[in-house]
Design a protein. Structure first.
Length: 311
């Protein structure tokens, strides 16, 4: 849903969205491992760092559109990955960061023994407790993200995003500040990406630059496009289809991407605006029925013309 704000609502083609995903993951990992702060403190900080880098990206691309914007955002994503790969003293380079602390349930660790989650609630220990907790936590955050996005769409900033997507020149002529509109879209979209990166880091317990390649951006963009530009429900359906499809076709190895490429082409032919796109506003003019009676059959000058023009 973060990229759906940037691409689907604001119409800004971003091919480097994985950079914010990486910033969120590394911010969470570095803060948690070096300062020992809890998951609940590191999560918003990671989102704030990602939003900051979203604004940093937004400034250079304010005057860019279309292919040029796509190229610059793609380069930004690769720059972040290369920096993470080569800044060995800070990010541990290609070796990545391991031992990332796991989340806790209000201070209760999901570990075996006394004082843990299972012991506190008198449950039999299971390693699935932590996975289930993360699942419901991500679900709650996803619902909050959806609610916030839907509310933003009804606010002036949301209307400004949609106006920017349809026609930037008309947007400027209406007095809308396109600079703030673009920066807001990049910042909020990047923040949601940073949250997702934090969950990835705490779920895996290990991250490296190889986890944040261009293919990740391509998959996320494909989900947004296939679901329908700006459609919240469409993005959910497309995500289930894409991720579930990857698991189903896992045995096909290198042919998997070819299959999905062909499937995407077919869907774009069948549904050019995505699976659940918003209906474009339209205006239909209906022919008026010719009226009978003295008014319509009266004079040669006004009778027939008036009947045809009547709605």
């Amino acid at each position: 849903w973060g990229l759906n704000i940037v691409v689907g609502l604001a119409g800004l083609l971003d091919l480097g969205y994985v950079a914010f995903y990486a910033v969120g993951a590394y911010s969470y990992a570095l803060i948690a491992t070096h300062f020992g702060w809890s998951f609940w403190v590191c999560l918003p900080l990671a989102g704030m760092f990602a939003a900051f880098w979203g604004i940093i990206l937004g400034f250079p691309v304010l005057r860019l559109r279309g292919d040029y914007l796509a190229i610059v955002t793609l380069a930004f994503g690769e720059i972040i990955r290369v920096v993470l790969l080569n800044w060995y003293e800070f990010t541990n380079g290609p070796d990545g960061i391991s031992g990332i602390p796991r989340p806790s349930f209000f201070g209760l660790e999901f570990s075996r023994g006394e004082g843990g989650f299972a012991d506190f609630f008198d449950l039999k220990y299971s390693s699935m407790h932590r996975i289930e907790f993360l699942y419901y936590l991500i679900l709650v955050l996803a619902l909050i993200t959806n609610f916030v996005t839907m509310r933003l769409r009804r606010l002036p900033v949301g209307r400004a995003w949609e106006a920017l997507r349809e026609d930037e020149i008309a947007c400027v002529s209406l007095g809308i500040n396109t600079t703030n509109t673009k920066l807001t879209a990049f910042a909020i979209g990047a923040m949601f990406g940073g949250f997702a990166g934090s969950f990835f880091a705490t779920r895996q317990g290990f991250i490296s630059p190889e986890s944040f390649t261009f293919i990740e951006s391509a998959i996320i963009l494909a989900i947004v496009v296939l679901g329908g530009m700006g459609s919240q429900i469409g993005v959910v359906i497309a995500a289930i289809v894409m991720i579930g499809g990857f698991e189903i076709f896992r045995d096909f190895a290198e042919y998997r991407m070819l299959i999905f490429g062909l499937a995407m082409v077919l869907i774009m032919i069948w549904r050019p605006r995505g699976l659940l796109s918003h209906r474009e506003p339209s205006l239909h003019l209906h022919k008026g029925r010719q009226r009978s009676g003295p008014a319509s059959s009266g004079g040669e000058t006004g009778g027939g013309t008036a009947g045809e023009a009547a709605p």
